[in-house]
Design a protein around this ligand. Sequence first.
Ligand code: NAD
Ligand code: DAU
Length: 361
Amino acid sequence: MKNLLVTGGCGFIGSNFIHYLHTIEPSLRIYNIDSLTYAANQDNLANLKGKANYVFIQGDICDSDLVERVLIESDIDTVVHFAAETHVDRSIYGPEAFIHTNVVGTFRLLEAVKKVWLSQENSNSDQFRFHHVSTDEVYGSLSPTDPAFSESTPYAPNSPYSASKAASDHLVRSYSHTYQLPITISNCSNNYGAYQYPEKLIPLVVLNAMKGDPLPVYGDGRQIRDWLYVIDHCDAIYQILTRGKPGETYNIGGDTQLTTVEVITTICAIMDELLPQSAVLPHNQLIKYVNDRPGHDRRYAIDATKIQNELNWCPKTNFQEGILKTVNWYLQNLDWVEEMLSRKDYKIWLEKNYDQRGEDK
Ligand code: NAD
Ligand code: DAU
């Protein structure tokens, strides 16, 4: 791995991944292509600006000419593909952008990589790797007693978001099977940590609690997610890139199944301690039950045995430690927080998704 192309590197996980790799592989040249959608923030990578081994390219992954040019001119040997539309609620209001980026974008990227890497001059495919970052949501929803998702669980996506990610996974897999493109895929559970756009549960709750705004719980709040600290996800992707087998899929999870209400009350308790002067103590008085998300998946859980056994990976940060670091990060990065809160798109989103939402009785 000498020249790495990251797609979607100005988003939440992509920017954490670039920071992580820059620290552990300082000589690696990292190219970041990102179209800067509402979810992006270039400030996430401000400290890398101007560094010789980091290059930012503003562009859409659907732009095949641009992607091909970057692959050739920068002699890219590794691609880690994060770029996507990622918010389930937004996919319910407007699925088209999800099809554009997640399906068409992944297809165009695969075509460009196939053309450049599998050309005659570059016939040794061992030197290349295309890693596709995907989600546990492709497997659908579990009942309380179902076993956790393994790599052989059948796909059953329930939202336009998860359906578009499932389509992209199938495309990536098919390029390995049909064209022997050296790919790997990972399906990961819910991440949390620094730089997450505050439309997602954890940063939304931290920021709303800071402002004294309601903490919206969809439905009965007993939906279960398997939470993973984002740096552990970055480490898992690095292990797959460096030691994973081409053609393989790896599930990644935090082994931490919690209900929405458990997550919110944990955050509230931390904020009670960190902000003893707050006007809204205890913060859990802000919890408000609102109408459920249509088609809301009840439970996700990941069986990460394969990546544990084959690559010796397991999460290093437990939830109590990770969530404390995360809450502290948002409280200590008020410039970042203020910039996000002041964005027009964010205000429009809050109005659209929450203002008209009835209370759940
Ligand atoms: P995010 O929404 O924070 O960031 C997505 C980034 O992709 C943004 O910077 C955006 O500008 C960029 N982008 C979107 N469309 C683009 C396009 N057409 N061309 C170029 N760039 C484009 O996303 P995230 O939460 O960091 O997720 C990253 C990846 O990880 C996604 O593929 C997602 O499906 C997957 N994933 C996320 C989670 C999670 O909990 N957040 C869990 C499992 C898997
Ligand atoms: O499982 C991995 C997935 O996790 C990723 O693929 C997605 O990109 C990522 O957005 C995330 O999807 P979720 O829908 O699980 O995450 P979200 O933060 O939107 O919601 C987490 C849970 O909290 C879910 O059960 C819905 C609930 N929720 C969410 C919001 C935003 C609420 O109760 N209230 C809210 O306001």
